[in-house]
Design a protein around this ligand. Structure first.
Ligand SMILES: O=C[C@H](O)[C@H](O)[C@H](O)COP(=O)(O)O
Length: 260
C-alpha cells in the first residue's frame, strides 16, 4: 500500500471506493458524514478531478460541506435539487435487515432527511459495524434544547418498558459543553446494550414532543458495502436480494493517499 493506512482505514477506503461504482455522471448525490464518508468524499473528488465526473453533492453536515468544497466537489442544498439519485453514508451499526444506528458523529437528522429524499441509500462500513442485533453502540436521539431534561425523563420512562438490555442515558458533550447539532439541538445517547424491537422503540421515542429524530434508520438503506482491511468488499443488496464479493486494489491510487 502506498500510504501507511491502518487496516480499519483500508477497510473504510475499500468500501468507499466500491460505492463509487454506483455513481454516474449527472447524478445528484447525498454525501454522508463521518470518517468513512470522508473516504467517499476523497474518492469522488479524485473522480471529479481526474476523470471529469460531473456530480452535484448535497452534504449532510457542515463538516462534510467544508470537506467537499475544499476537495472540489460541486455542492448544493437539498432544497435546490429536491430529489437525489443516491446517498452514500457511513453507519455506526448495521444489522442483517440493513437497519442502522447512525448519529455517532452528530449528523443523524440531516443524514436521515437527505437519505429519505434519495432514490437509493448505500451504506459503507468496515466489518466492526456489522452486527447481529443493534444496540451495543449507544443510540443517539436528537432532542430540542428547550426542556431537554424533561424529555430525558420521558425517554427514561419509555426505555423502562422497552425491549432493551440497559437504560442509561447521557447528554452528549463537546469540549465540556452540551453538544449542539447543525440544527441547533442536543443529543441524548441511549446506552441500551441490545435493541429487541427497533421499530417499536423508534415509534415510542418519536411520540415525545421534545424528540426530533432518532438514529435508527429503518427501511432506508438499500445496499450495505462492508470493507475489509485487505481490500475485500461484501455487497449486500436488499432490492436484488444478493450478497456478492469483490476486491478493491489498495495502493493503486497514490493521489488519494497523498491528499490525506
Ligand atoms: O453522525 C454521524 C454519522 O451517522 C456517521 O455516518 C456514523 O457515525 C459513522 O461514522 P464513522 O464512519 O466515522 O464511523
Amino acid at each position: 500500500m502506498s500510504a501507511n493506512l491502518s487496516p480499519i482505514d483500508a477497510a473504510k477506503y475499500a468500501a468507499a471506493r466500491k460505492a463509487c461504482d454506483y455513481v454516474e455522471s449527472g447524478m445528484k448525490i447525498g454525501l454522508g458524514t463521518g470518517s468513512t464518508a470522508a473516504w467517499l468524499v476523497r474518492c469522488l473528488a479524485e473522480m471529479v478531478r481526474e476523470d471529469g465526473l460531473k456530480i452535484t453533492g448535497v452534504p449532510t453536515s457542515s463538516r462534510t460541506a467544508e470537506m467537499a468544497q475544499a476537495a472540489g466537489i460541486p455542492i448544493t442544498t437539498l432544497d435546490e435539487v429536491g430529489r437525489l439519485d443516491l446517498t452514500i453514508d457511513g453507519a455506526d451499526e448495521a444489522d442483517g435487515n440493513l437497519t442502522l444506528i447512525k448519529g455517532g458523529g452528530g449528523a443523524l437528522l440531516q443524514e436521515k432527511i437527505v437519505a429519505t429524499a434519495s432514490e437509493r441509500m448505500i451504506v459503507i462500513a468496515d466489518t466492526t459495524k456489522r452486527v447481529e442485533t443493534l444496540g451495543a453502540f449507544p443510540l443517539p436521539i436528537e432532542v430540542v434544547r428547550f426542556g431537554w431534561k424533561s424529555t430525558r425523563e420521558a425517554v427514561a420512562e419509555i426505555l423502562s418498558a422497552a425491549d432493551v438490555m440497559d437504560t442509561k442515558i447521557t447528554l452528549r458533550e463537546a469540549d465540556g459543553q452540551p453538544y449542539v447539532t447543525d440544527e441547533g439541538h442536543h443529543i441524548l445517547d441511549l446506552h441500551l446494550g441490545r435493541i429487541g424491537a427497533p421499530g417499536r422503540l423508534a415509534q415510542s421515542l418519536l411520540s415525545l414532543p421534545g424528540v426530533v429524530e432518532t438514529g435508527l434508520f429503518i427501511d432506508i438503506c438499500d445496499v450495505l458495502i462492508t470493507g475489509h482491511g485487505d481490500g475485500r468488499v461484501e455487497i449486500r443488496d436488499l432490492d436484488a436480494g444478493t450478497v456478492t464479493e469483490d476486491r478493491v486494489t489498495l495502493g493503486a491510487d497514490d493521489n488519494i493517499f497523498r491528499a490525506l
